[in-house]
Design a binder for this molecule. Structure first.
Ligand SMILES: Cc1cc2nc3c(=O)[nH]c(=O)nc-3n(C[C@H](O)[C@H](O)[C@H](O)COP(=O)(O)O)c2cc1C
Length: 279
């Protein structure tokens, strides 16, 4: 039993006052969603295969575009393969310590095999196919996070594997029409972690029409709220050589700097090499 209410959890998540859910105890699925946090520090305990299989069963219970079910997960168990992936994502030092590692893929390969087996044409190898696969992979990934947390696990997705998308794809022997969407470190958390403040609903929930009138003003206020809870120390600022050390370094400064240099420009060429049409 807890004295907290859903309203308290929403306030924790957004750093803004609300009366929504003031009469609702902080429990159940909505409470679990509101208290989500990624985990990058784990106890050394292995994740039992059965627990992983249950979490995956939960993940694959998610909805899928047209029931096509175009998500696939590779459980990386072979220590040699794992070591190669760990080395590829060297910038993320926590990954080798994650007891389990999965790779979530978008998978149009099965549809191609089905068309071949049924003797039907497949005139849909264009951008929508890719988008459907990416959507399914993302939904399976997000649902896995929920299922894993419900089983007492903690996890953190790893899109950094896409920096080495060709190498990861070769290593996992992904066939044509399959691509790695993100990895996932999984284990029993060794720390409580923390709630990461989200952008306010004023920015990401609109009624009847898109409204970007107050974006920068709202983001400035969000930056301040987030900094008050979790300031970025000067040594953690990005690209100080190019942009200097900012006196106030909020979320938006961090994201602007993160995307001030080109990233993963090899993606389209990789997808084309795997048979995806991007037209
Ligand atoms: C598709 C996807 C890819 C991600 N890739 C990484 C990653 O490569 N490294 C990392 O440390 N966190 C990664 N994350 C975790 C996010 O940084 C994290 O979800 C975000 O900071 C919000 O924090 P929270 O999950 O604790 O609320 C990823 C999350 C998603 C959904």
């Amino acid at each position: 039993m807890t004295d907290k209410t859903i309203a308290d959890l929403i306030e924790d998540r957004f750093g803004l006052p609300t009366e929504d859910g003031r009469g609702m105890p902080a429990e159940g699925e909505i409470s679990a969603l509101l208290t989500h946090r990624s985990h990058r520090r784990f106890k050394p305990d292995a994740v039992p295969d059965e627990v992983l299989r249950i979490a995956l069963a939960g993940a694959f219970s998610a909805p899928a575009k047209s029931d096509l079910q175009q998500g696939t997960v590779i459980i990386v168990k072979d220590p040699a393969v794992r070591a190669k992936i760990d080395a590829m994502v060297g910038s993320q030092d926590w990954i080798p310590n994650a007891p389990a590692f999965l790779v979530f893929c978008g998978d149009n390969h099965r549809m191609r095999l089905i068309a071949e087996a049924r003797g039907t044409p497949y005139p849909n190898g264009h951008l929508d196919s890719f988008l459907n696969c990416a959507g399914d992979a993302a939904i399976v990934l997000a649902t896995f996070v929920r299922a894993a947390e419900a089983m007492g696990l903690g996890c953190c997705p790893v899109s950094v594997i896409r920096d080495k998308i060709e190498e990861v794809s070769d290593l996992l022997q992904l066939p044509d029409h399959v691509f790695p969407f993100a990895g996932m470190g999984v284990g029993y958390p060794s720390t409580a972690g923390h709630i990461s403040l989200r952008l306010p609903p004023a920015l990401n929930v609109h009624t009847d029409r898109y409204n970007d009138e107050n974006v920068i003003k709202e983001i400035d206020a969000y930056d301040r709220r987030r900094d008050a809870r979790h300031a970025t120390p000067p040594e953690k600022q990005r690209m100080t050589k190019e942009f200097g050390v900012a006196e106030f370094y909020g979320w938006s400064e961090d994201k602007a700097r993160q995307y001030a240099t080109p990233q993963r420009k090899q993606l389209a060429a990789f997808l084309k090499s795997k048979g995806f049409g991007l037209d």
